[in-house]
Design a protein around this ligand. Sequence first.
Ligand code: UD1
Length: 367
Amino acid sequence: MKKVRIVNVVGARPNFMKIAPLIKKMRRITRFEPILIHTGQHYDEEMSDIFFKDLELPQPDIYLGVGSATQHAEQVAKIMIELEKILIKRKPHLVVVVGDVNSTLAAAIVSSKLHIPLAHIEAGLRSFDRTMPEEINRIVTDALSEYLFTTCPDANRNLEKEGIAKSKIFLVGNVMIDALLSFKEKAAESNILRNKFSLKPKEYALLTLHRPSNVDDRTVFAHILDALKRISKVIPVLFPIHPRTQKHIEIFKLKNYLACSRIKPVHPLGYLEFLNLMLNAKFVLTDSGGIQEETTVLGIPCLTLRKNTERPITLTQGTNTLVGTDPNTIIQEANKIIAGKYKKGKVIKLWDGKASERIVKILSERL
Ligand code: UD1
């Protein structure tokens, strides 16, 4: 039997929960030979290794170890150089990329230049804000893909407007929700809340922050922290800090905001512990992409500290609200939640835990 060699490329934290359910399903098809390549964009225990353990992901077959770089071009270029050598040697029949990080973009360019078909999982999301590095990564990756797997109808519309043939677009649902639903029960068993943080369910807010637009500019970052400091007078705010954010707290000398408030800074957490904290939070404040979707599925109120989102379905159908970075708006919306006056979301079609199954079925019919 001729094997179908499929190279799956991951690099950064938000990739791991998307590839885990997919690799699991690919391994069940005997004809498929999935290979996992980790670029090393995120490289340490907290941002990478723990996710492999928590998500029961096999260790990468190949680790490129590119590490991080201050400039995007340098990071993308390093990944391209290393990945090109591997793809020439291994000659895969398909390259699969997920999400919108620099590793996604680098793998998309290299594989299409080598004429290897490319599948993009989570295609078609658009914030229409090209100042976001991820938006450029999404547009370029989608333009180069042969198979575009989408999570929601508006992603299909975005792709069609960009001139991508309908025959390449497949509405399959959300692989990240596959991971969420399969690990939710296990995550609920964790004692992290009581044992590590001495907190009780629904008596804290959970915060994540790492977008360059929020943390690379001192004025914006200080405004956000000011709002959070005021919210923390009413409810404690647990804050697992991303490395980029930690770096800027130090550079901008913003530690005071954390020291003189009930904002509790902690190290980045693993998948299961963070999922437990989302499940039990009164509400979540974030600038992440994926967390907007996860809170919608869990029915937890989410305030997104951005002007726009590439995931508008979480606003119209889910529990998400865009609050930008103006302290008054952030506080106003947080107060609504605390007063029990916040909207309730509904379940989104096809976010049912079966997206990876659908993707593998489509691929096995075509490859
Ligand atoms: C990247 C993604 C972003 C994603 C985010 C989630 C791009 C353009 N951005 O942003 O879409 O939402 O990951 O985490 O790809 N660092 C560590 N340890 C690590 C990883 C990173 O200390 O394991 C440090 C780096 O040294 C660097 C900073 O974190 O100083 C930023 O890392 P980088 O990969 O440039 O982008 P992120 O901000 O993490």
